[in-house]
Design a protein. Sequence first.
Length: 100
Amino acid sequence: MVTKEASRLDRSLTSNNSYNEQEDALWLWVLKSFYSAMKGCLQFLWEQPGQLRHIQWTPLQSTIRMAMLTMVVVMLLIVFLATVDSAFSYLLARVLRRTP
């Protein structure tokens, strides 16, 4: 009788230990993954100043002209979309106010 109880207790402790080992393995995997990701990010940031030297930068005047062109196009799109929105709102209001 005692041996059956002892073996059952031993099995329950073994199963609890394996669960704890799985839980520990999960935390270890999470920490290793986080370390690996942070190492890769830091390496990427460390290499960036060297990469910036290889970029062919556009002249300042060209950059300013392109920025102004972008702003004008965005403003025109805003005006166009606002006009279309107002037209649809007006048409929808007229259709809904009509009585059959």
